[in-house]
Write a protein that binds this ligand. Structure first.
Ligand code: C2E
Ligand code: MG
Ligand code: MG
Ligand code: MG
Length: 284
């Protein structure tokens, strides 16, 4: 009898769903050890000035090299890391590693690359983040003026006074703060001017060919100009999109059309950057 009951209760679950729940639970446990086991990798995607297609900077994007499951995308594990509070450690680890790499690249460049790093909304709950970011920049001897922190639009809705204060403190370090995936949140346009921000990254959903929205794009670029924020188009996948955004006076672009996110060595090679990580480690 107990058996049939057990069987009955299991009937509520799709076997595939249950498997997935178990898999996620395991991943969450693995995630705790991943930092110490050095299983995270940083990939870099170039950001270009649309006017002349010169590379002005890179965005650091984290990946998880899982010993069993291979390379896991951040879309998969960032939500888990946020649930367990591990995201703050991961973000600071990415900031440190990327600052170290970009400093090496910049040592041989006339025009230094800027570095964009994603910062989870959870950091804004904790005032210590300002000191943590400053400490990493000092330890890595990375100029704050080259750092652009990317935050999500949802931050602008919750705890506004606190967010304004945090933004002010971070920007007082000399770095820039930009809104990522702009247009996907629910912030009204009038909200935006209350926040001290430096740039807008236009979400790629407005650019994807299937839902191409030129009027929305034009409006966002004009909004950016009006508020003295620079604009970046995310997810540019072909020549026509890149040219169209340039014609709309969007300053910068990023996307598979230019380059996918790549390991440091590969991007260094692609851009003929002076120092890849291999040389950096062996001192060659
Ligand atoms: P994001 O910050 O908006 O990063 C851009 C995402 O778009 C990246 O996905 C990138 O690979 C992808 N992408 C770039 N160009 C194209 C394109 O032309 N077409 C398409 N379809 N996609 C493109 P990725 O690397 O999978 O990262 C997903 C998200 O995970 C990021 O979105 C960011 O929100 C989050 N993330 C990544 N690294 C970190 C991190 O170190 N810390 C935190 N807190 N979040 C991170
Ligand atoms: Mg981003
Ligand atoms: Mg984005
Ligand atoms: Mg995103």
């Amino acid at each position: 009898r107990a058996k049939t009951q057990q069987k009955g209760s299991f009937a509520f679950f799709e076997p595939a769903l249950l498997e997935r729940q178990v898999a996620l639970l395991n991943l969450q446990q693995d995630l705790r050890q991943a930092v110490e086991r050095r299983e995270f990798r940083i990939h870099y995607q170039p950001i270009l000035r649309l006017e002349d297609r010169s590379v002005v900077g890179v965005e650091a994007l984290v990946r998880w090299q899982h010993p069993l499951h291979g390379l896991i995308s951040p879309a998969e594990f960032i939500p888990l890391a946020e649930e367990s509070g591990l995201i703050c450690d991961i973000d600071l680890w990415v900031l440190r590693g990327a600052a170290r790499q970009v400093r090496l690249w910049n040592a041989g460049r006339a025009a230094p690359l800027t570095l964009n790093v994603n910062l989870s909304a959870q950091h804004f709950e904790d005032r210590r983040v300002v000191g943590q970011v400053r400490a990493v920049l000092e330890e890595e001897q990375f100029s704050p003026t080259l750092l652009h922190l990317e935050i999500t639009e949802s931050l602008l809705m919750a705890r506004q006074a606190h967010t304004v204060e945090m933004l002010g403190q971070l920007r007082a370090l000399g770095l820039a703060v930009v809104i990522d995936d702009f247009g996907t949140g629910y912030s009204s346009l009038s909200y935006l001017q209350r926040f001290p921000l430096d740039g807008l990254k236009i979400d790629r959903s407005f650019i994807a060919t299937a839902q191409w929205q030129p009027e929305v794009l034009r409006t966002i670029v004009q909004l950016g100009q009006h508020l003295k924020m620079y604009t970046v188009a995310e997810g540019l996948e072909d020549e026509a999109q890149a040219e169209h955004l340039r014609a709309l006076n969007c300053e910068y672009g990023q996307g598979y059309f230019f380059a996918r996110p790549l390991p440091a060595e590969d991007l260094g090679e692609l851009l003929r950057l002076p120092e890849g990580p291999a040389q950096a480690l062996t001192g060659e």
